[in-house]
Write a protein that binds this ligand. Structure first.
Ligand SMILES: [Fe+2]
Length: 263
């Protein structure tokens, strides 16, 4: 059995407040919870939006915090990140592509593929031919080894009021690619700051709450103009891989109020 920790969207900012939530306090709480309860995990995957504004200070700050983790972490790129600073400052596996933050990590129970869906200057994501070619080749080489995909942007609509305008561009093309491969067992997605699970083209998926702030549910309807984080507590995911099976526990690591500025 392989145990992994899944953390999403910490939106770290040195200056503190992001939409009334303190990313330093929330990340500290997540790290303390992991070290206390899940130091037996093989690694911690962070599915994008590592920092809120893609600055050097942000990456240096988050790297300092993440060095407190007792387990290895795998940072992934999201729309709020800067690819150049990310690569310069954060530790990446040797398997990482030269031009993208896209890499594979082998575990005893399958291969984790951490994909790069970042599109410079856009909140929506993209998966260009170079990244798609890398993925196709990696899937072809995997044979019967189970593959677990991690990506920041959803390749399909999820029925949320605004985020569906900021998904992966040409998500259908991406799904065409992966649904050709029976080795693809699960899709773990960041970006939406809400827990959603289901299947797409027969492939099971989950999204994850943010470490920092949560997006409200679809009703009542909201827009970016009226957006206000919901008062739901954050959680991390505890993933167990065993014989091609996947179990994900949603694990609340602090109270909602921790690090939140009262109205
Ligand atoms: Fe985010």
């Amino acid at each position: 059995m392989t145990k992994l920790i899944w953390m999403s969207d910490p939106h770290f900012a040195e200056e503190g407040d992001v939409l009334g939530h303190d990313p330093r306090v929330r990340l500290d709480a997540a790290i303390a919870h992991i070290n206390r309860n899940h130091a037996d995990a093989a690694m911690c995957i962070i599915s994008g939006d590592i920092v809120n504004r893609g600055t050097r200070a942000g990456y240096k700050g988050v790297k300092g915090k993440l060095s407190d983790l007792d387990i290895t972490y795998l940072p992934m790129i999201g729309n709020h990140d800067s690819r150049d600073l990310f690569r310069e400052i954060l530790p990446l596996p040797d398997t990482c592509m030269a031009d993208f933050i896209q890499y594979q990590v082998a575990t005893p129970d399958g291969i984790l593929l951490c994909l790069d869906t970042h599109k410079a200057g856009s909140d929506a994501g993209e998966f260009c031919p170079a990244r798609a070619e890398w993925l196709r080749e990696t899937l072809m080489n995997a044979g019967n080894t189970p593959i677990f995909l991690f990506m920041h942007h959803p390749p399909m609509a999820l029925g949320l009021p605004m985020q569906d305008t900021e998904n992966l561009e040409d998500g259908d093309g991406f799904l065409d690619l992966i649904s050709d491969f029976a080795c693809v067992k699960y899709l773990c997605i960041g970006h939406v700051h809400r827990p959603i699970s289901g299947t797409v083209r027969g492939i099971p998926f989950s999204t994850m709450r943010s470490v920092l702030y949560q997006a409200p549910p679809p009703r009542p309807e909201w827009t970016w103009e009226t957006f206000k984080p919901s008062n739901e507590a954050p959680n991390i995911g505890i993933i167990q891989l065993e014989d091609s099976a996947v179990r994900i526990q949603f694990d609340q690591f602090c109270e909602y109020q921790l690090g939140v500025t009262p109205d």
